[in-house]
Ligand binder design. Sequence first.
Ligand SMILES: CC(C)(COP(=O)(O)OP(=O)(O)OC[C@H]1O[C@@H](n2cnc3c(N)ncnc32)[C@H](O)[C@@H]1OP(=O)(O)O)[C@@H](O)C(=O)NCCC(=O)NCCS
Length: 187
Amino acid sequence: MMPMQRFRLPNRQIVAIREAQTRDAAAILSTLNQIGGETDFLTFGGGELNYPVEAQEHIIEAFAIRDNSVMMVAEIEGKVVAIATFDGAPRARLAHTGELGISILQAYWGLGIGRRMMDMLIDWAKSSGIIRKINLRVHEKNERAIKLYEKLGFRQEGVISREYQMGGQFFSNIWMGLAIDPPDSTD
Ligand SMILES: CC(C)(COP(=O)(O)OP(=O)(O)OC[C@H]1O[C@@H](n2cnc3c(N)ncnc32)[C@H](O)[C@@H]1OP(=O)(O)O)[C@@H](O)C(=O)NCCC(=O)NCCS
């Protein structure tokens, strides 16, 4: 379980960051579909996630029941403005790893929400007793995201060329990773 946390943003609004519930399904879907149209740095464009709300409910449940996975939302005045996920690998030999994703509505970029969500997700991973490595993929031109991840200690581990194709151009994806070790571990 991840306890809810509330923060005051520089614009004085209060953001609540908490685990996603199935009742958030429609809001999550529409927020993701909006963000897809606001950035070139996600794997989907605006309105491209055209599956039904029930499918999103199943996705939320699937995250909730796995010990090594979590889906989080950030809410401002009852509106879902951001989603972050850690998708833990299902097989035993990989179950200590997983992939992180984070998406925030453009109107809320640069306010510290990404930093807060990442901090909470890393704390959750540290206290999970399972997670020992967080992986993520980031578009090579996504400077804001790369800066945020590097500030948190993520290191670039590899480059996959031609992962994105947009407007007749290819872009690479950078794999980044953060080791999660207990304080007394030397592994
Ligand atoms: C990338 C994203 C998650 C960052 O979250 P955010 O809430 O905007 O970022 P924060 O306000 O927490 O800023 C965190 C750090 O990012 C960097 N940053 C913020 N704004 C920046 C800007 N305009 N240019 C470059 N770096 C910037 C800074 O290093 C900042 O740390 P600082 O405030 O201590 O200087 C968010 O902008 C987003 O969802 N973008 C669209 C989707 C996306 O790209 N997702 C990531 C896919 S891998």
